[in-house]
Design a protein around this ligand. Structure first.
Ligand code: SF4
Ligand code: SF4
Length: 76
């Protein structure tokens, strides 16, 4: 969970349990900073994750994601 009070640069977070691994977020991210985990979540999907740098906070991933609550984008 992102602590929104301490965010200094734009960042995103995927809740791995709500992600179904469709990769739509990966396709729309202009910075190519989202990847798919090697691990499985409890529903046997490979969840997406933020690789940790260079998110601009554009929120394209958020709007592309069909799973409510799976992606959170936070801007300072
Ligand atoms: S907010 Fe924009 S730059 Fe950041 S991960 Fe999502 S699509 Fe990529
Ligand atoms: S668009 Fe949503 S459900 Fe699909 S891989 Fe990305 S976070 Fe997961």
């Amino acid at each position: 969970m992102i602590d929104k009070t301490t965010v200094e640069v734009p960042t995103m977070e995927v809740n791995p349990e709500l992600c179904k691994g469709c990769q739509l977020c990966i396709g729309v991210c202009p910075k190519s900073v989202i990847a798919i985990s090697d691990k499985l979540n409890s529903a046997s999907y490979h969840p997406a994750f933020y690789t940790g740098e260079n998110c601009t906070g554009c929120s394209l991933c958020y709007y592309a994601c069909p799973e409510p609550g799976a992606i959170v984008v936070v801007k300072p």
